[in-house]
Design a protein around this ligand. Structure first.
Ligand SMILES: Cc1ncc(COP(=O)(O)O)c(C=O)c1O
Length: 492
């Protein structure tokens, strides 16, 4: 479990380098072309602020010299690794969407098998398509009453390895968008018993290393690689991702080189600097800040549980056939009893209360609390949801979304995702699509988990679900036809 931090966490190499760059007054004859804001249109500057551009600096001959001899980035990454009990940490400026692909490529190459929890984010399925990895889907555990998919259990993973002993590893996704978590330690044991690596997509879990009252942090629970999006539950700016490595099942050089295949050569210093600052803040104050956030989300839950019509989901999401654990900072509220959809609730809250909800689907909404919340935001959330419950009768009754039985989501994989995606394809009207093989991803957003992945056989129940969902306001940005009137399928 936890190791002690051994480094000097008052140091922030990226922020210090940025400060020194500004102090020296370096004049740059390379990118970025706005030259630390001097060339930015004043109307944009007024909205974005000068600081953003002044801190937008190249790594080479900017934050560091031409040979990177100051080791600015590597020192910041070492500090991050030390802070979260990893052997190595790598910063990425392309979100977990890229980090998760890097992790997959480091564990399984083209044609090799990787077990993947089928409730994966679309970036994982994209990784399968781009890399040519052969996915073996491990289906999540569907709760038919709550209409929720929880991460698979160690036994689910064990069964998958029994059928595919040549699989190189497993990719697990905890917490989900709804804060449900997996038994990472149990799954890690199963993977390691098969000499396979465990990748944990902990995009929603950047805060987990910093408070023992939170669900397990993948690096403590035996995972080999853990991917996080620090911008999601942490305090760095959008696109700030870190992938972490522990143990010797995956070589750091391999991981770094696979990242190099995908990453940008123009990394954002804003991302690096905000990751650096977050790590210092968490090491110094993380426990207290998160303690405050946990108390706050507990109070919010309690207050909302007393509101007629709101169903705050808690213990019902965990158990032997459900999730292993929950992130208490996600407040998940089922709004079915109000006679409206979660999507409508989110729209109403934005329109009437200027409250923007993180995740909403047919049945529920979820608000996340972080170390950044305060008494005002706590009160606003509770008051706004109370108002929603009181005024829900004034919201138009929603069209029905035909939710299929849980097993209907387990579509047959007829063709490899990569072959279906890149092969000849045609757009076919919804009426004629049943039985055809999808050539696209179809991922209602959020949470962005593909209901259909390329290569899967399309069924009547799923078409009905997606069409009634789209009619009720489901956002499906990756489909060729987001209205779901037609689908992109492999050409016969
Ligand atoms: C589980 C999961 N993994 C990966 C990602 C991709 O993360 P990012 O938005 O940082 O690219 C997301 C995004 O929502 C996600 O939910």
């Amino acid at each position: 479990m936890g190791r002690e931090q051994t480094m000097d966490h008052t140091r922030v190499p990226v922020l210090e380098a940025l400060e020194a760059f500004r102090r020296r007054g370096d004049v740059v004859y390379g990118p970025p072309g706005h030259k630390q804001g001097r060339g930015v249109d004043p109307r944009g500057l007024e909205i974005l602020g000068e600081g953003v551009f002044r801190s937008d600096v190249l790594s080479l001959n900017g934050l560091d010299d031409r040979r990177e001899s100051q080791g600015v980035l590597s020192r910041a990454e070492e500090l991050m690794a030390d802070a979260v009990r990893a052997d190595h940490a790598f910063f990425s400026t392309c979100g977990s969407s890229l980090s998760v692909k890097t992790a997959m490529l480091a564990v399984a190459g083209p044609g090799e098998k990787l077990l993947i929890s089928r409730n994966a984010h679309k970036s994982v399925i994209a990784g399968v398509i781009v890399s040519g990895v052969e996915p073996v889907w491990v289906h999540p555990r569907f709760d038919a009453g709550l209409h929720l998919a929880h991460p698979p259990s160690p036994d689910d993973v064990r069964r998958a390895f029994e059928q595919h002993p040549d699989a190189k590893g497993m990719l697990l996704i905890p917490p989900t968008n709804w804060g449900t978590c997996a038994d990472i330690e149990g799954v890690a044991d199963v993977c390691h018993a098969h000499d396979a690596a465990l990748i944990v997509d902990e995009a929603w879990g950047a805060h987990l290393p910093f408070h023992s009252g939170l669900p397990a942090w993948g690096m403590d629970a035996g995972a080999d690689i853990v991917v996080t999006s620090v911008h999601k539950m942490g305090g760095a700016i959008e696109q700030s991702s870190v992938f972490h490595l522990r143990g010797d099942r995956v070589s750091p050089q391999v991981l770094k080189q696979r990242e190099d295949l995908l990453g940008t050569t123009s990394s954002s210093s804003l991302v690096y600097a905000s990751l650096d600052g977050w790590r210092r803040q968490m090491v110094e104050h993380g426990h207290d800040l998160l303690e405050g956030a946990l108390r706050r989300s507990g109070r919010v839950r309690e207050a909302l549980a007393a509101v007629p019509g709101l169903w705050v989901l808690d213990d019902e999401m965990t158990g032997p056939d459900a999730a292993h654990d929950l992130d208490p900072l996600r407040v998940v509220v089922d709004v079915r009893r109000l006679g409206i959809h979660g999507m409508q609730a989110a729209e109403w809250l934005r329109d009437r209360c200027h409250v923007d909800i993180g995740v909403a689907d047919t049945y529920r909404i979820s608000g996340q609390f972080t170390h950044a919340d305060d008494d005002r935001t706590e009160r606003l959330f509770v008051d706004s949801l109370r108002r929603l419950a009181e005024e829900a009768d004034t919201i138009e009754r929603p069209p029905a979304v035909h939710q299929p039985e849980p097993r209907a989501f387990e579509l047959e994989q007829a063709v490899r995702p990569r072959d279906a995606f890149f092969g000849p394809a045609e757009q076919v009207p919804a009426e004629k699509v049943v039985g055809r093989i999808a050539a696209e991803m179809i991922s209602p957003y959020p949470p962005g988990v593909p209901v259909i992945a390329p290569g899967e056989v399309i069924t009547a129940e799923i078409v009905d679900y997606l069409r009634t969902g789209a009619a009720a306001g489901m956002l499906i940005p990756d489909a060729a036809d987001p209205t779901m009137d037609s689908f992109r399928v492999t050409a016969d």
